[in-house]
Design a protein. Structure first.
Length: 254
């Protein structure tokens, strides 16, 4: 009934991202079930103990079967501009973060919270399953071949001073990674400008990170290809993940 009512208004229902980045929506479901992207294994041909793809486990297959069920129920994947599509009322529900209000530039924090609701969790299969979410963001780093490492470090340290960084976070709606900003006196300014700030911060304890590996971009591409194959119906979840994991194992040197 909900889908019919939404479609009568030109609204397609629930958004599900496809294409590049689709794996980021899938990871929380993998983690909820106790699965992992990679796991440590011994007897690597060159490195002894190294990482091996584990996302094609039974838990990974079950989580991707959930995505397949969504598609079968009529949820349509979209590849780009999904925040703008949501802002234009093409979709009734979206998985998003603190950047989403940027698609509603005319709304203040108060008016945004009056018009757009928020559930601080990924959908879960039952009340006994803990939600999960993905952590990520931009990184500041210094190349090994930098000729001015000390000056670069001084610049980074200056940029990360709470009194310098917090106004930028407040302006652009980014969540802080420093406790001194997120849960200290500087947080007052963030609460004034970022919709649902406290609810967003409450998700940090459920957050997980993508693997910090040189090969991770290739692994992410393999997983996205598997998800897209399931979206299109060309492969079943187990086959798609097994094929992707074989590519990832090769990329990791196995």
């Amino acid at each position: 009934m909900l889908d019919a009512a939404l479609q009568n208004q030109g609204i397609q229902g629930v958004e599900l991202v496809g294409g590049p980045g689709s794996q980021n929506e899938w990871y929380p479901y993998l983690w909820m079930l106790g699965g992992s992207i990679v796991e440590s294994r011994s007897n690597h041909p060159a490195k002894g103990v190294y990482w091996f793809p584990s996302y094609n486990s039974t838990k990974g297959v079950k989580s991707l079967e959930f995505f397949k069920g969504l598609v079968n129920a009529g949820v349509k994947p979209i590849a780009t501009n999904f925040e703008d599509e949501f802002a234009n009322k093409k979709y009734a529900v979206i998985l998003g973060g603190s950047w989403l209000p940027g698609s509603f530039p005319s709304l203040t924090k108060q008016s945004f919270e009056q018009k757009i609701g928020m559930i601080p969790m990924f959908p879960i299969p039952d009340e006994n399953t803990s939600t999960s979410t993905i952590m990520g963001g931009w990184l500041l780093s210094i190349p090994n071949n930098s000729k001015n490492k000390d000056l670069s470090w001084e610049l980074i340290a200056t940029m990360l001073e709470p009194h310098i960084l917090s106004p930028m976070l407040a302006k652009y709606g980014y969540l802080p990674t420093q406790i001194a900003i997120g849960d200290g006196p500087y947080s007052a300014e963030l609460r004034k400008s970022i919709p649902y700030y406290d609810q967003l911060i409450s998700l940090i304890k459920y957050g997980r990170s993508r693997p910090n590996l040189a090969e991770y971009p290739q692994i992410a591409e393999h997983i996205s290809e598997a998800i897209d194959a399931v979206y299109s119906g060309s492969k079943q979840p187990k086959q798609a993940l097994d094929d992707a994991a074989a590519k990832s194992a090769k990329a990791l040197g196995w």
